[in-house]
Design a protein around this ligand. Structure first.
Ligand SMILES: N[C@@H](CCC[C@H](N)C(=O)O)C(=O)O
Length: 256
């Protein structure tokens, strides 16, 4: 089969995008892995299909590079950029993903995704664990440059608690003007240059740690910069927005 694809990236988190408005492409895990393979395929952290939806502007179907499914924050911002290119919406869109309904918008070449509300923050002795559409384990470090991220992340991702379903692991360094974050992603099973649900979880963790009521946090990731804004009522976080760039890289066709 010849498959037309578009490649997008959001702060270096990269995706193969497929216009599947006619719901014709049902890809196996092996096909997803082939598309994402950086030597034998196109190369990406994940694959996103854009489908028509009865009530919403579109549906976003996301796969990690190993073929597993979850919600992807940066992927949703790239989906907004791709849906805008396809002429599905102008300025503001409603879409559905695996974790439920979202609103998105495009403003001044930035793409905004409204994330699901969060009411559950697990606070451990030296970590926090928060689900922002995907599960995120968060640890603070003095220095991220010397971090052996794969070794440290594996000791959490493959421990007794997480080995079956996995977890994403975020390492956070507090900066005077925000935070720096490096993320190991389950489903890619490697560090990615940026993780949208990860930086959202980190922002809420920072809010709990420093007792913020509402804020906009500037987050430096390996592939650029993201912002997350939120409002908080006790342990309930709402009106959470993930904000950043999303860009077209190239397009082509591939034999599957
Ligand atoms: N890169 C993503 C997160 C994708 C999902 C994650 N790997 C998981 O399976 O939990 C993002 O930008 O949120």
């Amino acid at each position: 089969m010849q498959l037309k694809f578009y490649k997008y990236q959001g702060t270096g988190n990269d995706f193969v995008m497929i216009d599947d408005r006619e719901n014709r492409h049902h890809l196996s895990a092996q096909q997803i892995q082939q598309l994402c393979n950086r030597r034998f395929g196109i190369g990406a952290d994940g694959v996103i299909l854009i489908r028509n939806h009865e009530k919403m502007d579109f549906e976003m179907v996301y796969y990690n590079s190993d073929g597993s499914q979850s919600f992807c924050g940066n992927g949703s911002r790239c989906a907004l950029a791709f849906a805008e290119f396809l002429g599905i919406y102008e300025h503001q869109a409603n879409f559905v993903a695996i974790d439920g309904e979202h609103t998105g918008k495009s403003e001044n070449q930035l793409y905004y995704t409204k994330m699901g509300d969060v009411s559950d923050v697990e606070i451990g002795k030296d970590y926090m664990f928060i689900n922002t559409g995907s599960p995120h384990y968060i640890i603070w470090k003095e220095d991220l440059s010397a971090l052996n991220i794969i070794n440290e992340a594996h000791s959490i991702r493959y421990n007794e608690r997480f080995k079956a379903k996995g977890t994403n692991v975020n390492f956070v360094k507090e900066l005077p003007e925000g935070v720096q974050v490096r993320t190991y992603e389950r489903g890619v099973e490697d560090e990615t240059l940026s993780c949208g649900t990860g930086v959202t979880a980190v922002t809420l963790a920072q809010a709990v740690k420093h007792n913020w009521k509402d804020s906009v946090l500037k987050i430096k990731v390996e592939g650029g910069e993201l912002n997350v804004s939120f409002e908080r009522e006790g342990n309930f976080f709402k009106n959470i927005w993930l904000i950043g760039p999303a860009e077209f890289v190239f397009e082509g066709t591939i034999n599957l």
